[in-house]
Design a protein around this ligand. Structure first.
Ligand SMILES: *Cc1c(COP(=O)(O)O)cnc(C)c1O
Length: 835
């Protein structure tokens, strides 16, 4: 029964809370009764928690208003399925989006605390690895801001991406128990719980009407229980949510064991099923094929589809119109088992025919591809799926059979090409290709930058493109300007607002209006002062996190991202070593002073990536302790790169390193964050860098190196890195320093694998690009000496970054893929004012 008690709502409406004295009362109430503190025992941490609960009340008010609206208007809803949401911190973002930031700052000040310090107590929700998970988080912000009924579905991992510490130069992984002290803003919904089956067997019976009826009898069931993170839009009353599932044992104890006196075994079984949501898999781009990972994927998808279908049935007579009312976006192939699951629901549980079920399914799903690297394409052993999800395997075989039949009869593909598009990879051990399942089962397939979307139609999905050209499209990634400009860089936001007003917050293309001030010397001076203040802050952070003292006037040169060979952090550090050598050879060398900063995590099992982290740390130690260097070069590795750290590094950066081998980085999004914060980019023609160049113009970005076609051609003709190394004397000497243990005197030989891989394989063509990279870095060093010209370029980068807002990306998804209109905005009670 639903309690219709409007008095509950009237007693404390949002209206009444939004003046200072009511806000204070509400906050004091949480401090005293929710947190349980008296004024004599309050600490900063308690202030954070009480504030979290206060903000949660506002979020829930608007969440209820929004849900009420969706109930009345019944718009089409979008569900973003992702195994990763890299949310970072929530509180400050919520204060800004709700329009409460200034009021709360004043209120907290009144209690004798500083808001900025209080907010530092929040742990990052690191429920993702890198760009893919952060994209999902930015999308949620934009969907709410654009008043799209868009919701995230994912897993509430007990442990997010590991915490990284550096010991003896090397990465050490520590558990990230992010929710240890509770998560004040989340809404726990024990009433929203579904059961998810695993293992067991299938049966087929002939029903009364002579129809085949399929049954799956799982032999393990686990409960999925919902936790909602409210997602407030910026300056709108829309609050959507991210629904994260946590695994609960379906029985408190296994009574069989319990009755036989094995109490401990009974409790253990309970914790084994709860393992499903225990920990995020820390692999970025590569998959391991582990059973628990497949369990996580199916767990997420099964609970989410039940939730969607149950909600749909509450307000509609059946599932006939489901594709008019919902769309599901698959963030990579990780949730693509959902295609088979929806088919199972429709056929086995709803008794639909195959044809009708398939017609609905392919209208509902769309798939976003995030990589062209073959090793990153997810496949599962048939034997594993057969064991865990026997009915799904039957369905996948049937999907494949019908698909291949139709392709064969169309005569469009050769036998070889038919083998390529098959969902089943034949071989010693048969495997299911999840990307092929996702393409076949989706309405639209998109890449994440123009170059990438084009590349997938020529490489991994070449044969699919021949048969379904209309399925393929591009949706260039973006970032939310609320977090990545307004929140992370208040100084710059305020300066921009003073010049062109605050409309850029929701229409980032308005930044173009800055172009006309580029010749205004006072403006440039203000701009340079903001950048310098951000650099000073970054210098303090570096001092407190690493003990290293840097020169805040030096060029801040930053490469922060996951460690992967294709991203070529090694190319950067080879250049650093070359620079160091030059200083040693010529102690009076006059060069532009630089601070080269690295940050990022390596997958725990990725040997080479971890070794590169160690090389960087060892080089940093040598360079920073060498008196001869004398202020011209510092090298910093900032441990535990994460969203909250990115927010502090990026505003203080002068030069952004986006130097992946052309054709390997699908889009990149940190490239956009840096651009929006007034850093200049050194980069290859890869991912979205290509579109950044298009927007900003070639005088304002430093592009170097081989292009995608040249990379392919070079590999085709047979690449020998030795040819390039022998031609560049300096590079050769740098490699010899590594081999001769210049940076590993206490551990001779540790870096030989780096030397060997460069000399004999060099899969990512570092040697081929080294000279061009170094020459471009020299030009940059020259350009940085003219600070005024540099500032002009920085202003133009910001002015021309408008395309890279996820507001633009989400509008394109809404129009081309989801076919949902944006709802008219409902005026909120409070709005954020930029200046
Ligand atoms: C934006 C972001 C990324 C993605 O960085 P790329 O350079 O695009 O790979 C990864 N991690 C964090 C914490 C981020 O904020």
């Amino acid at each position: 029964m639903i309690v219709e008690n409007s008095r509950l709502i009237d007693l404390l409406s949002e209206e009444q809370k939004t003046d200072l004295s009511s806000l204070e009362k509400q906050f004091a109430h949480h401090l005293e009764y929710t947190i349980g503190k008296s004024k004599y025992t309050i600490k900063n941490e308690d202030i954070y928690k009480a504030l979290g609960h206060t903000v949660r009340d506002f979020l829930i008010d608007r969440l209820n208003i929004t849900n009420e609206r969706y109930r009345k208007e019944d718009p089409k809803k979008i569900f973003y399925f992702s195994l990763e949401f890299l949310m970072g911190r929530t509180l400050m973002n919520a204060l800004i989006n709700l329009g409460l930031y200034d009021l709360v700052k004043q209120m907290i000040g009144g209690f004798g605390f500083k808001l900025e310090e209080v907010l530092e107590f929040e742990m990052d929700a690191g429920l993702g690895n890198g760009g893919l998970g952060r994209l999902a988080a930015c999308f949620l912000d934009s969907m709410a801001t654009l008043n799209i009924p868009g919701f995230g579905y994912g897993i509430r991992y007990d442990y997010g991406i590991f915490n990284q510490i550096i010991a003896n130069g090397a990465q050490v992984e520590m558990p990230d128990h992010w929710d240890a002290d509770g998560v004040p803003y989340e809404v726990i919904r024990p009433d929203v719980t579904y059961s998810v089956g695993f293992f067991g067997y299938t049966e087929t019976k002939v029903s009364g009407k002579g129809k085949l009826q399929h049954y799956w009898i799982p032999d393990e069931t686990v409960l999925a229980s919902a936790h909602d993170c409210p997602i407030p839009g910026f300056n709108t009353s829309t609050v959507n949510y991210l629904r994260l599932w946590t695994a609960k044992s379906s029985e408190e104890f296994n009574l069989d064991y319990f009755n036989h006196g094995d109490y401990m075994k009974a409790v253990q079984d309970k914790s084994i099923s709860e393992n499903i949501s225990k920990v995020l898999y820390p692999n970025d781009t590569t998959e391991q094929g582990k059973l628990l990972r497949l369990k996580q994927q199916y767990f997420m998808v099964c609970a989410s589809l039940q939730d969607i279908i149950q909600n749909h049935k509450q307000t509609h007579s059946g599932l006939e119109n489901l594709s008019d009312k919902i769309a599901i976006q698959l963030n990579d192939t990780h949730p693509s088992i959902g295609i088979a699951e929806l088919m199972r629901i429709l056929i086995d549980l709803e008794d639909w025919s195959w044809e009708k079920a398939w017609d609905l399914t392919i209208r509902i799903f769309s798939y976003t591809n995030h990589t062209v690297l073959p090793e990153a394409l997810e496949t599962w052993k048939v034997s594993l799926i057969e064991k865990l999800l026997p009915r799904h395997l039957e369905i996948i075989y049937e999907i494949n059979h019908r698909f291949l039949e139709s392709i064969r009869s169309s005569g469009k593909l050769s036998d070889f090409e038919i083998g390529e598009v098959s969902i089943i990879a034949e071989g010693a051990e048969k495997r299911i290709r999840m990307a092929n399942l996702a393409v076949v089962g989706s309405n639209k397939v998109n890449g994440v930058a123009a170059l990438h979307s084009d590349l997938i139609t020529k490489t991994i999905f070449r044969s699919f493109y021949k048969i379904f050209p209309e399925k393929f499209n591009n949706k260039t990634n973006g970032i939310t300007p609320r977090r990545w400009l307004i929140q992370s860089n208040p100084g710059l936001s305020e300066l921009i607002c003073k010049k062109i007003g605050g409309s850029f917050a929701t229409d980032l293309s308005r930044l173009r209006d800055l172009e006309k001030f580029v010749d205004d010397a006072d403006f440039r001076n203000d701009w340079a002062n903001v950048k310098q203040a951000n650099k000073d802050n970054l210098a303090k952070l570096i001092k407190s996190d690493t003990g290293i003292v840097i020169d805040p006037a030096s060029m801040i040169d930053v490469q922060v991202k996951r460690f992967h060979e294709y991203k070529r952090q090694l190319l950067n550090v080879l250049r650093v070593i070359a620079l160091y050598r030059r200083i040693k050879e010529n102690p009076n060398l006059q060069i532009t002073s630089r601070t080269v900063i690295f940050g990022g995590k390596a997958a725990p099992g990725y040997y080479m990536a971890k070794l590169i982290i160690k090389l960087i740390n060892n080089v940093a130690w040598m360079v920073n302790h060498d008196k001869d260097v004398d202020g011209r070069l510092k090298v910093v590795f900032l441990p535990n790169y994460r969203v909250s750290l990115a927010e502090r590094i990026i505003p203080g950066t002068n030069l952004s390193e986006q130097i992946s081998t052309a054709g390997t980085e699908a889009s990149g999004t940190s490239n956009m964050k840096f651009m929006l914060n007034g850093a200049l980019t050194i980069g290859t023609l890869d991912g979205a860098n290509v579109e950044m160049l298009e927007e900003v113009g070639e005088e304002n970005i430093y592009i170097f190196g081989l292009k995608t076609e040249e990379v392919f051609a070079l590999k085709e003709k047979g690449y020998d890195p030795g040819d390039y190394i022998r031609k560049n004397e300096e590079l050769h000497r740098v490699l010899l320093m590594i081999r001769e243990n210049y940076f590993s005197m206490n551990e001779p030989g540790v870096f030989s694998p780096i030397y060997d891989s460069l000399f004999y394989t060099d899969s990512y063509l570092l040697a081929a690009d080294f000279t061009a990279y170094d020459e471009m870095q020299r030009k940059i060093a020259q350009d940085f000496r003219n600070q005024d010209v540099w500032t002009k370029k920085a202003i133009l980068n910001v002015a021309r970054a408008g395309k890279f807002s996820t507001d633009r990306t989400i509008r394109e998804y809404a129009e081309d893929i989801w076919k949902v209109p944006l709802l008219p905005m409902m005026e909120p009670k409070t709005k954020y004012k930029l200046a």
